[in-house]
Write a protein that binds this ligand. Structure first.
Ligand code: BGC
Length: 844
């Protein structure tokens, strides 16, 4: 039951498949009129009609089983060959043949009718849409078909770690539609391996294609501004170069299958709380250098077919209604050629969205259709603008597999893709600690496996980032398969405990509710002693889950719970007393506190949320079959208090506003006072020692860095930096080399150093070397000067640093920039409503 104040919504019998529906759950928790009047600017009558209908239906439970057939149809009606047909006639002729109403249909999606929702809970789409069978049940969105002109309906589906659709259609479980759950985005970024990420994209995209989906609603690529961000697992890094490069690789891989992607959520959607009513005040420099830069890289390197605007406002305007963001910057400056769609029910004013360059409104509501028609009538929206938006939809359709008639099997190569998921998972895990060479674990060891997550792996996060997978390999299964003797009585105790705890879960599942937390089991002291006696090593897995609709908390989520602390202490004391090692596996989606407890662990493996093959991948790394080569793409601070403006993360309600509910929140604002000092740019510049710094990660091998050679002593348009990396260890391994640049003091405040390039070596045999070469371009030297709206590189000495992490710099070299450069001239965009008072450091 969800308690929502005035119009409480109670529903106790969600359909078993109801989890496929993400955003609705969000709305399902809202006092309905508040939800609707906020979401879409409707006509007064439509609001009233809607609210009455909805209130009448609140409390109802329904399990509609709709759309269970693979139709792939273009919509009702027949193509009329006497009329211009899409793909045969010119776009101009097709456009001319479309009625105004049809053009409006093209820019408004077909609504959202997931099973398991109380009737009337969601704003309705256009009349009749609901009855059109879904091509792919459980997909998040569709576009309208205009059959007479040969225009088919497109299918859009989540999400960032795998295709999220209904695995069972109707009541027929003889044929299933499970997808591969790949490792979460944060893990992929920690591999720092764009070749690998592209391979993941290729496998992932093959499932998109094989399920008959046109556009994948991923990757998510917002910046990890704060560890508490509930969707951080869906995002890559605190650094825009890593985020942009990894996103570009994934997009390239997915799109190589002839399907589209939607990079999201554009932009500044760095928290869940109040996301639909939050106005973030961010300086233009921080926007350009941190929050938008990754998107720019992904757009320019990979040309995603679509971009998804975000829910929030930036500097006073909803991103989906911002011409500065969607037209001036994205299209004119960056050269984006595709389509922009809203996030589900995002924004407020359909006319403003179309004018801003937000071409497709998803999932689409009838109120939006009415608002657009009214806008055309009143002259607020021109026919030419609607044509521009509609043409972008048509261009997307022309590229789509549905339009091209690509046959789909609904039977992806799950086995082959599982192998890709397993390898990627192992490559993105980060070895944080390995005292006394506790790892790798020699073959055949007897393992005492503690922690509920050891037996119940958290494969990924919740919400639209979840994947309906056929199975999840636990760490217990993975270790057993690798030949370790996982202690049977302990295994049984945990299995029984999990069974009992899971039986207490609510029978119904709200996808936006955080995954139920299973409290850590407290094994009796005698049992722990016995385990220490009977086994060679202890492995303790600590798990975390988070997801769309909420942010994490500091106590007991960023930090360990009291039960986890107690378990760790108990196990460490017992095993260490017997001279046996303790290994902690962190099965988490984001950054957690480690500094207070790491001394009790001999080794710590950050396994992230590694997808369905996670248990095997953990065993691959613990056994040394895979030599860990991941590095942190986001800093692990010592404590939450070290995070700049961490206390202000969620923002505050606007004056005179009363608190809203947990999903919609209430009108509120926050200020990005740290400016460009996000993540390592802050810790390293302000000399705040982190627990584990950006770029950090150990392996079972060691690497030597040869001298850093620059192609010139003076910068003249371009410069290369190269160095040889040698495996000086005893086992084969890969090394991630990071190239940082320190710019001279000049007109602007600058971070101590910034990542400008990175590369991962191939698997180097002991003694083997590889020379890596990096190229620096003028843009890599520049910072954004808001006063002149330009990217400027100051004259002076630049220091290039090749590091194994942002603090472990192995080689340095300098070059001169003889005269300041204006690298790129822009114009003022996205200006804050009032100057943002940002932190600064003045470097000499
Ligand atoms: C999420 C998007 C997702 C969409 C469709 C929204 O609530 O923010 O990331 O793609 O729903 O499920």
């Amino acid at each position: 039951m969800l308690t929502l104040g005035k119009h409480d919504v109670r529903f106790s019998s969600y359909c078993p498949q109801g989890r496929a529906a993400l955003p609705p759950c969000q709305y399902a928790t809202l006092p309905f009129p508040t939800l609707f009047t906020f979401m879409i600017k409707p006509t007064a009558t439509s609001t009233a009609r809607w609210a009455v209908a909805a209130l009448g239906l609140l409390g109802a439970t329904a399990c509609s089983q709709s759309g269970t057939t693979d139709t792939g149809q273009a919509g009702k009606g027949q193509a009329d060959s006497s009329l211009p047909q899409l793909g045969k006639a010119s776009l101009k002729d097709v456009l001319a043949a479309l009625t105004t109403e049809e053009k409006v249909k093209l820019v408004v999606g077909m609504g959202f009718y997931p099973s398991g929702f109380p009737e009337g809970m969601l704003p309705p789409g256009d009349p009749g849409d609901r009855e059109v069978p879904e091509k792919v049940p459980g997909a998040a969105g569709r576009t309208h078909a205009i059959a007479r002109l040969g225009i088919p309906s497109l299918t859009l589906s989540d999400g960032p770690a795998g295709v999220r659709i209904d695995p069972i259609r109707g009541k027929d479980s003889t044929k299933t539609y499970y997808a591969t759950a790949f490792p979460v985005a944060t893990l992929l970024a920690s591999s720092w391996d764009t070749t690998l990420v592209r391979q993941v994209g290729v496998a992932f995209g093959s499932e998109v294609r094989d399920f008959g989906i046109d556009v994948l609603l991923a990757p998510g690529m917002n910046i990890h501004r704060n560890p508490l961000g509930g969707r951080n697992f869906e995002y890559y890094s605190e650094d825009p170069l890593v985020a942009g490069s990894v996103a570009a690789a994934l997009v390239g891989g997915v799109q190589s299958n002839g399907v589209g992607t939607s990079i999201k959520h554009f932009a500044v959607n760095n928290q869940e709380f109040n996301r639909m009513q939050l106005n973030s005040h961010v300086s233009e420099r921080a926007l350009r250098e941190i929050y938008l830069k990754g998107f720019k890289i992904a757009v320019q390197r990979a040309q995603p077919w679509t971009v998804m605007s975000s829910y929030n406002k930036v500097n006073g305007t909803y991103t989906s209604e911002s011409p500065d963001l969607l037209t001036e910057l994205l299209r004119k400056e960056w050269g984006f050629k595709g389509l922009v769609m809203t996030d589900w029910y995002g924004g407020h004013d359909a006319v403003a969205q179309l004018k801003a360059g937000n071409d497709l409104l998803e999932p689409g509501t009838h109120a939006q259709t009415e608002a657009i028609l009214a806008g055309l009538k009143s002259g607020q929206l021109t026919a030419a603008q609607l044509d521009t938006n509609a043409i972008r939809v048509l261009r997307l359709i022309l590229k789509s597999p549905t339009f091209k008639g690509v046959k789909f099997t609904s039977q992806p190569a799950l086995k082959a893709n599982a192998a890709v998921a397993r390898q990627a998972a192992a490559d993105g895990m980060v070895l944080l600690r390995n005292e006394g060479a506790a790892l790798p674990l020699p073959a055949g060891r007897k393992v005492a496996l503690f922690g509920t997550a050891s037996y119940n792996l958290i494969a990924g996060g919740t919400g639209s980032g979840d994947v309906n997978r056929a199975y999840t390999i636990s760490i217990a299964q993975g270790l057993s398969a690798a030949g370790y003797a996982v202690n049977a009585p302990l295994n049984q105790a945990y299995t029984q405990y999990l069974k009992t705890e899971k039986a207490k879960f609510p029978k119904t599942k709200n996808i936006l509710a955080p995954a139920p937390v299973i409290p850590e089991m407290a094994p009796p002291a005698a049992m722990v002693q016995q385990q220490a006696q009977a086994n060679d090593v202890a492995v303790v897995t600590l798990g975390r889950s988070a997801g769309e609709g909420g942010d994490r908390k500091v106590a007991g989520d960023f930090t360990l719970t009291a039960a986890e602390q107690a378990l760790l202490k108990q196990v460490a004391t017992a095993f260490h007393a017997k001279g046996k090692k303790v290994v902690v596996v962190l099965n988490v989606g984001g950054v957690t506190e480690v500094a207070s407890w790491r001394g009790q662990a001999d080794a710590i493996l950050l396994a992230w949320q590694p997808g369905q093959e996670g248990g095997y991948a953990v065993a691959d790394v613990l056994s040394g079959k895979a030599n860990p080569s991941g590095k942190l793409a986001t800093t692990f601070p010592v404590s939450y208090a070290d995070i700049p403006y961490g206390a202000d993360f969620l923002g505050k309600l606007l004056t005179g506003t009363k608190g809203g509910n947990s999903f919609m929140g209430a009108p509120s604002e926050n200020t990005y006072s740290e400016g460009i000092y996000v993540g390592y740019r802050y810790y390293n510049t302000f000399k705040k020692q982190p627990a584990y710094e950006f770029g950090y990660g150990l392996g079972y091998s060691t690497f030597g860095y040869g001298a850093l050679k620059l192609s010139a002593a003076s910068f003249n348009g371009s410069l290369t930096a190269s160095l040889a990396v040698t495996n000086t260890g005893k086992v084969a391994g890969k090394e991630v080399v990071q190239l940082y640049l320190s710019a001279p003091a000049g007109q602007l405040d600058k971070p101590a150093s910034e990542l400008k390039a990175f590369a991962k070596t191939k698997l180097l045999a002991p003694g083997e070397s590889q020379t890596l070469t990096f190229t620096l371009k003028p843009a890599d030297l520049a910072s954004f000067n808001t006063a002149s709206s330009s990217w400027v590189a100051d004259a002076g000495t630049y220091t290039v640093q090749a590091g194994a992490s942002s603090l472990n710099i192995k080689q340095r070299a300098t070059f001169q920039l003889p005269a300041a450069l204006v690298v790129e001239k822009s114009r003022p965009l996205l200006a804050p409503q009032a100057p943002v008072n940002e932190m600064k450091i003045t470097r000499k």
